[in-house]
Design a protein around this ligand. Structure first.
Ligand SMILES: NC(=O)c1ccc[n+]([C@@H]2O[C@H](COP(=O)([O-])OP(=O)(O)OC[C@H]3O[C@@H](n4cnc5c(N)ncnc54)[C@H](OP(=O)(O)O)[C@@H]3O)[C@@H](O)[C@H]2O)c1
Length: 259
């Protein structure tokens, strides 16, 4: 089989959580460009229109779902509706996440802590569990989790806390689920991105004058990442090219974690 055949996702069914903007939107469009029909979710259904339009432009089908990964019923319904519309789930991208609470740990309330821990760990687990029930029956599936370079190093200039903890947990969850579901031919891998040009980073980098340059000084390649390149790695992980890869987290961060 040629490399082009291996990377082709023609008529595969993918779910991308948190696809209304940023990385999730780019992931969903890239999967459609590679041939998949894509189910896209976020808590605000009306904000999915832009991504849905881009997917339709590729000639692939799209299903927009308002769905919260903090809510187990929503997650069960997300997979049920996907199967109802397309018959199966081949690819799950666990992209949705709550961003950091930029507060000193001693000032962080239990509700604030849980507002990050619950979606980012429990939500990812529940989405994976529901998708795996379908993948197990067809003896094939691809689950891709989105961790972060923040899983490895405490980021300077932020208060650290629940976000980093969740992104490190994703790396171990990826290994655990990969070994549990290997007998069913389900690959579970993760991507740990560094700094990309998304809304949370745009806000953060304006937090104080000069911060943008200070952050670039921490990245050997001295630039933010290009979202299309990250999406390219995701397509590889979603395709047959990566059939022998499981339990792996690939860092793509311009060298940020080298220093
Ligand atoms: N940007 C980076 O440089 C970077 C670096 C490392 C890791 N990451 C990871 O990459 C992923 C995407 O980051 P991003 O920067 O693209 O974030 P973003 O711009 O804030 O987008 C987050 C997406 O997730 C949705 N979402 C948030 N909470 C949700 C929930 N509980 N249920 C369902 N959907 C939810 C949001 O829509 P609604 O608000 O409408 O729900 C939105 O579509 C995250 O896992 C993040 O940790 C990003």
């Amino acid at each position: 089989m040629s490399v082009q055949d291996l990377i082709n996702l023609k008529d595969k069914i993918a779910i991308v959580t948190g696809a209304s903007r940023g990385l999730g939107s780019a992931f969903a469009v890239a999967l459609a460009e590679a041939g998949a029909h894509v189910v896209i979710t976020s808590r605000h259904g009306s904000e999915l229109k832009d991504t849905a339009g881009k997917i339709k432009n590729t000639g692939r089908e799209v299903l927009e779902l308002e769905s919260d990964i903090s809510n187990e019923d929503n997650i069960i319904e997300m997979v049920d509706k996907t199967v109802g519309r397309f018959g199966t789930v081949d690819i799950l991208v666990n992209n949705a996440a709550s961003m950091r609470i930029d507060k000193a740990p001693e000032d962080t309330s239990l509700d604030e802590w849980k507002s990050v821990i619950d979606p980012n760990i429990t939500g990812v687990f529940l989405c994976s569990r529901e998708a795996a029930k379908i993948m197990k029956k067809q003896k094939k599936g691809k689950i891709i989790n989105i961790s972060s370079a923040a899983a490895y190093d405490v980021l300077k200039y932020f208060h650290g806390g629940s976000y980093e903890v969740t992104k490190t947990a994703i790396i171990m969850m990826t290994k655990v689920l990969a070994t549990e579901w290997a007998p069913y031919n389900i690959n579970v891998n993760a991507i740990a991105p560094g700094y990309y040009n998304t809304v949370p980073n745009q806000k953060f980098l304006k937090k104080e004058p000069g911060l943008y340059d200070k952050v670039l000084d921490m990245i050997p390649l001295r630039k933010l990442g290009a979202i299309e390149e990250l999406a390219g790695l995701l397509v590889v992980m979603a395709s047959d090219i990566s059939n022998y890869m499981t339990g792996t987290t690939v860092t793509i961060d311009g060298g940020y974690t080298c220093w």
